[in-house]
Design a protein around this ligand. Sequence first.
Ligand SMILES: [Zn+2]
Ligand SMILES: [Zn+2]
Length: 121
Amino acid sequence: MLRGSCLCGGVAYRADGPVHHASHCYCTMCQKQHGAGAGSYANVPAAGYAVERGQELVVEYASSEDGRRGFCRVCGSTLTWRSTASPDTIAVTLGTLEPPYDGPVERELYTETKPAWLPVR
Ligand SMILES: [Zn+2]
Ligand SMILES: [Zn+2]
């Protein structure tokens, strides 16, 4: 069982683990939404994902025809990414997991738009 919450604590969720395909996504939409160089996610089964507290605070933004990005409307924490075309899986943001995620990150996505400033030099 995985747990996670947003920055303000208003939203808490649980998910059946383990996670799959932990990734850093450098697509320009993730950069915009996270205000960062990447969005970091891992997949869990949608059937095992549940918001335990604060469902009324969760807003989903349709960033593409089938992409839905869930976030807390109070503090702005990014929480989930899901595709209406693949309803069996939902991606949770690695940074909202509690305790902190300590597994490997297996994939980098959209490396062609990885920002030049991201690596520390
Ligand atoms: Zn919040
Ligand atoms: Zn992305």
